[in-house]
Ligand binder design. Structure first.
Ligand code: ADP
Ligand code: ZN
Ligand code: ZN
Length: 734
């Protein structure tokens, strides 16, 4: 041991909150032992903040003598593993964002707030040997006697005993506390117990079909590789993941599985849990802070062998990670849409590279980026052609809305088909990507429509609460009884949303359950579970909803999928809108005919001959993607070029525009950079702020980065009456 008098001055580099691209330096006192990946309490201006140690080193000549000291080291052990530290550093550099939030992404909220890194389960109560054997009647107090008797009976039935359980049985803390003093009872907090992954099965694996077997065989067990596993819904991708996971677990390595936001239902969890004896934890936004805290600690300690999570789980520290699976890799929920706008799929790939392990990306409708990488040979590419359980693909046809009578957005022809399928004892799924009752409130006399006073957008009529609601800023108001332009009272909802569809369907099919899936009817995982349970009940039913219905759920009884309206995406100014629309169409179509019955898909459209639909009607996503890729190549858009989007907003439109103009001028001075704009954003006003965007393109990623970096350094994101942000690899141009 070195003595303190000779102790050389040490410096800890610590990521702290604020507009800092990297960590700040703090002095380490002789009795402190910060390690990279641990948290510290440090002074920052007049505050105390929780920071993350990214490195510890001897003081150099560059370090000032007036550095502040660490107040307290919060963790003796590093909480973040070296690969997570490196990943977080990369995130901050790649997305050109402050360092601290990148490290904080890796933590659950409890640890971000500086709480101790320990399980916050309730303590367990355990009888001592004396407590097990003492006759309760030897105790004086009546309450204590009852408490001991209850504890002994629980002990006999080997139930894990917690204060909550006792309370449920009428025994309060005051009654059993005395038993602890008498050494009859002990309190034990749960401990983390690392377990070795085994890969032992609880339930036998299925025999893979030839496509599945080929995909599994092609996936290397070690070394960095990316495999794109492309297969329609029901083609058996999940079975391939499960068997790849088993190989990994059997090699004593752990597995991280990422699923889209809405995809992590108890159903999904069950499927993974039922297969393996190894323990599994879930990490998603539907959990309480306490649950997330515990799940995170279990993952980090190696207690769990399988970690199943949504977006931010990609930064969970996991010892001996051997495989990452990204299910539905095209899903937009992998991209964070505010503050640090990272893409979890891209982080997964970077992490796999760091750890030198394989990553599998699965999708029925791969993103154009992944498809391009696969076709270029950068990724392995396996395609599952057949549906695993042997059913046929759904038939798809269009209904020309120009030729049809329709009511509440549903054509006579579609209505007729719905009736047929219901009469056959089947279920029907109707897709409409618009929630609410009607997208607007309309004057029949002069054509006036009600707009949001704060956004450049229409208000949506919600009949259930008789409110006009803005889906962009949340503004609410009562529907106008009288037209503000012409004074007419002949006002009516125009167009149809899910709420209106539900109402119309209830009137048309009074004896059939109508089950609605949208953000208004399904607010959380429990609601979702409830609606899914209704959908899985026997007998005819109509499922109606938004894209919530398109994601991964199995509806075995659905034989008809009706797409009420998808035309909007055809003409959107957002170049990604068509990709998303095609993916959605294929995903929704995949919901039908998963049981023994063949499925049909019917698409209502005013543009049945649009070339965009042609490959999709053949259910030919690869050809559709090829067409879009050709378009992207011609215009230098991703994946052929690299994009960033600068967005500004201000109550004063000139200020928002002026900032981006200045930036555009600076960017144009750089070689190999093109800019488009500034233009008013597609939603040009939102919540009272005027919004502008500037698209920045380059054929070289590194050029794009080095051109943008000085802007981030020179312009604070928050200015007076003005904010701006940078979105690298934007997926939403609204
Ligand atoms: P995906 O993940 O591509 O949607 P799944 O793995 O969920 O497909 O498979 C769809 C259905 O087919 C599931 O019910 C699954 O149990 C079944 N299945 C998958 N692979 C096989 C197989 N090799 N043999 C028989 N059934 C299979
Ligand atoms: Zn009017
Ligand atoms: Zn609004």
């Amino acid at each position: 041991m070195t003595t303190t008098s000779k102790h050389p001055l040490r410096i800890a580099d610590i990521a702290v909150p604020g507009p800092f691209a990297g960590p700040l330096s703090y002095r380490v006192e002789a009795d402190q032992a910060p390690v990279p990946g641990s948290r510290c309490l440090v002074p920052l201006r007049s505050r105390q903040v929780v920071g993350v140690v990214t490195g510890v080193r001897p003081a150099g000549t560059d370090d000032s003598d007036t550095l502040k000291s660490i107040i307290q080291v919060l963790d003796e052990q590093p909480l973040l593993s070296p690969d997570v530290l490196q990943l977080a550093r990369w995130v901050s550099r790649y997305y050109l964002y402050d360092a601290h939030p990148a490290y904080m992404l890796a933590f659950p909220a409890t640890l971000r707030a500086g709480e101790a890194a320990e399980l916050n389960d309730e303590p367990r109560l355990e009888l001592t040997v004396a407590g097990e054997h003492l006759d309760p009647y030897q105790l004086k107090g009546q309450r204590q006697r009852e408490a001991l008797a209850e504890l002994q009976s629980l002990h006999k039935s080997s139930l894990a005993c917690t204060p909550a359980l006792l309370r449920a049985r009428g025994v309060e803390r005051a009654h059993w506390k005395g038993l602890i003093d008498k050494r009859l009872l002990k309190q034990r907090t749960a401990e983390l117990k690392p377990a070795t992954p085994e890969g032992a099965l609880r339930q036998e694996a299925l025999t893979l079909n030839s496509d599945q077997a080929a995909a599994l065989k092609a996936l290397p067990t070690e070394g960095f590789s990316v495999q794109l596993l492309e297969g329609v819904t029901g083609s058996g991708k999940t079975e391939v993941y499960l068997q790849a996971m088993q190989r990994t677990l059997a090699r004593r390595k752990r597995v991280l599985v990422l699923v889209p936001e809405i995809g992590l239902t108890p159903q999904t969890l069950d499927r993974f849990q039922q297969r393996f004896q190894d323990s599994l934890v879930a990490l998603h936004s539907g959990m309480t802070d306490k649950q997330r805290n515990n799940a995170w600690l279990r993952a980090r300690a190696g207690e769990a062998s399988i970690i199943l999570g949504t977006r931010s789980a990609v930064l969970t520290p996991i010892p001996d990670l051997g495989l990452i699976v990204v299910d539905e890799e095209h899903d937009a929920s992998y991209k964070q849409q505010d503050t640090l706008r990272y893409h979890a799929r891209d982080l997964a790939i970077y992490r796999a590279r760091l750890l030198n392990i394989p990553v599998v990306l699965g999708s029925a409708t791969p993103s154009l980026e992944s498809l391009h990488n696969a076709r270029q040979g950068r990724y392995l590419h396996q395609i599952l052609q057949q549906r695993a359980s042997g059913q046929h693909r759904a038939r798809l046809e269009t209904i020309d809305m120009r030729q049809q009578k329709h009511e509440h957005g549903v054509s006579e022809r579609l209505l007729h088909r719905v009736r047929e399928h219901l009469n056959g004892g089947n279920q029907v799924l109707l897709f409409l990507n618009r929630r609410g009752y009607a997208p607007s409130w309309f004057c029949r006399q002069c054509g006036w429509m009600s707009d949001c006073p704060f956004c450049d957008a229409r208000l949506t009529y919600h009949r259930g609460r008789h409110q006009m609601l803005c889906h962009h800023c949340g503004h609410q108001e009562r529907p106008q009884p009288q037209c503000p332009d012409c004074g007419s009272t002949d006002l009516t909802p125009l167009g149809a949303g899910t709420e209106r569809a539900e109402e119309a369907l209830t009137a048309w099919f009074p004896d059939t359950p109508i089950i609605r899936f949208d953000r208004d009817s399904v607010a959380n995982a429990r609601d979702l579970e409830q609606q899914l349970a209704r959908a899985h009940a026997d007998g005819p039913a109509i499922l109606v909803g938004t894209q919530m219905l398109a994601k991964g759920h199995h509806f075995e009884r659905v034989t008809l999928v009706g797409i009420i309206d998808m035309d909007a995406g055809l003409f959107s100014a957002d170049f990604r809108a068509r990709e998303r629309m095609g993916q959605l169409l294929v995903q929704v179509s995949g919901r039908s005919g998963r049981g023994e019955r063949a499925g049909e898909v019917v698409l209502q459209t005013y543009h049945p001959d649009h070339p965009f639909f042609t490959p999709l009607l053949m259910q030919d996503y690869p050809t559709f993607a090829t067409q879009l890729l050709a378009e992207r190549q011609r215009s230098g858009l991703p994946p052929y070029g690299f994009l960033a989007c600068l967005r500004s907003d201000s109550a004063y439109p000139q200020r928002a525009e002026q900032l981006l103009k200045e930036m555009a001028t600076r960017l144009l001075a750089e070689a190999g950079i093109r800019v488009f704009g500034p233009l008013p954003a597609l939603l040009s006003r939102r919540a009272g702020k005027h919004r502008f965007t500037l698209l920045v393109q380059s054929d070289h990623r590194s050029r794009l980065h080095s051109a943008l970096q000085p802007l981030v350094a020179d312009y604070p994101r928050q200015q007076r009456h003005l904010t701006w942000h940078l979105d690298i690899d934007p997926i939403d141009l609204m």
